[in-house]
Design a binder for this molecule. Structure first.
Ligand SMILES: [Zn+2]
Ligand SMILES: [Zn+2]
Length: 383
């Protein structure tokens, strides 16, 4: 079955309809009253999803308002779910964890030592956001974020991609068992979640929209250039006429001078108005909405690492995910937490993005943004 037909079959069944696949690529639907009213269908409807329709079928596709109507049927259902990842018992832990961790970690100013390794359960959070950007054109898209709440790591790029592919391919849905839930521990509170999610959403949406914004800027520059060239020509011609009139005496010359002066002023006004139109036409409005969330209880192989920096030391956790046979990047106390490089601060051994220990642009002192998020501790310059 095609993906759309499958989706429609699922949602109609959940609304109490009896459905029967018909070929080519269609469904026969016996719809109960509320569904009939919601969709504007008769009791018996035949739907077609492909280029070739079954006899007498109504064509259903991505165009038109079909998705909105099915979305309205769904309402708020399916926005949030919990699931347990079941991994075959033969997924052995990595044989050489030191080598694995060496690839996972990049700590230019600290050393680490493997302290402990054991199987564990963790709680991952996968979130989908939809963005819409409108200027002279429109762009929509989805971004997915993933966090391991047990370690604090961001599950990004390949890890998230492979995990989502795996989840989509495993049809059996396992509700979390109480033991796994207990072992995985509590999730983040709303404040922590917001602090982690917002910058990362911004980062991903910004990155997705970059080509769109660049193309928009090119069109804006091109239009602005054209408008300038057109009005500049007009104004130059009028000014040349004005110059040619010089300071010749007489009423006619005076009237001509006045007319050309007014013409120049009118051209300038029109130019300003055209620029205003352009500004309005290219103004960018972007919105981002949370669409879907999944809490995933996943079995992991957990490594406790002892991080050492000067006289300090600290334990951090890194999880290896047997379901996708991948290790996470290290957690991050300040910054986006993407990539694998972290700097470690002197005082409390925070792990930060490289910019989290950068020198103060004002006094030059390098300082830890996780220790002092608001301002430079030496000169007070706001971060
Ligand atoms: Zn710090
Ligand atoms: Zn400073």
């Amino acid at each position: 079955m095609g993906a759309l037909r499958e989706f429609v079959a699922d949602i109609l069944e959940s609304e109490g309809a009896a459905i029967e696949p018909v070929e080519p690529d269609g469904l026969e639907v016996l719809a109960p009253e509320p569904l009939r009213a919601a969709m504007g269908w008769p009791e018996f409807a035949r739907l077609g999803f492909g280029a070739a329709l079954p006899a007498g079928a109504m064509p259903i596709g991505l165009e038109g308002d079909w998705l909105d109507r099915f979305g309205a049927l769904l309402g708020e259902r399916g926005r949030f779910a919990e699931r347990q990842l079941v991994v075959a018992g033969n997924a052995a832990a990595p044989s050489d964890p030191e080598r694995l961790l060496d690839r996972a970690l990049e700590l230019p100013n600290a050393v680490w030592r493997l302290h402990d390794a054991k199987p564990a359960w963790t709680r991952c959070l996968l979130l989908a956001f939809r963005y819409t950007a409108i200027s002279d054109e429109k762009r929509e898209g989805l971004v997915w974020l993933g966090f391991n709440q047990g370690t604090g790591a961001v599950m990004d790029g390949d890890i998230l991609g492979r995990l989502r592919t795996l989840l989509a391919s495993v049809v059996d849905w396992h509700a979390p068992e109480p033991d796994a839930r207990r072992a995985a521990g509590a999730g983040w509170d709303a404040t922590t979640l917001a602090a982690r999610v917002l910058p990362l959403v911004e980062h991903h949406v910004g990155r997705d929209l970059e080509p769109f914004l660049n193309a928009m800027r090119r069109r804006l520059d091109r239009d602005r250039g054209r408008i300038h060239e057109y009005h500049d020509d007009l104004r130059r011609t009028a000014q040349m006429k004005l110059a040619a009139l010089g300071s010749a005496p007489g009423e006619k010359a005076e009237a001509d001078r006045k007319r050309e002066t007014m013409r120049v002023a009118a051209i300038e006004r029109e130019y300003a108005a055209k620029l205003d139109d352009l500004r309005h036409n290219y103004a960018l409005r972007a919105t981002v909405d949370w669409m879907q969330g999944l809490t995933l209880f996943a079995p992991v192989h957990r490594y406790d690492l002892l991080i050492k920096r000067r006289k300090g030391e600290r334990i951090i956790r890194i999880d290896w995910h047997p379901a996708i046979r991948m290790i996470e990047p290290p957690s991050c106390d300040w910054g986006l937490g993407v990539g694998r490089a972290r700097l470690v601060c002197d005082d409390r051994l925070h792990l930060t993005d490289l910019s989290g220990q950068a020198p103060c642009p004002s006094c030059g002192k390098a300082w830890c943004r996780a220790c002092h998020p608001a301002a430079c501790p030496r000169c007070g310059r706001a971060a």
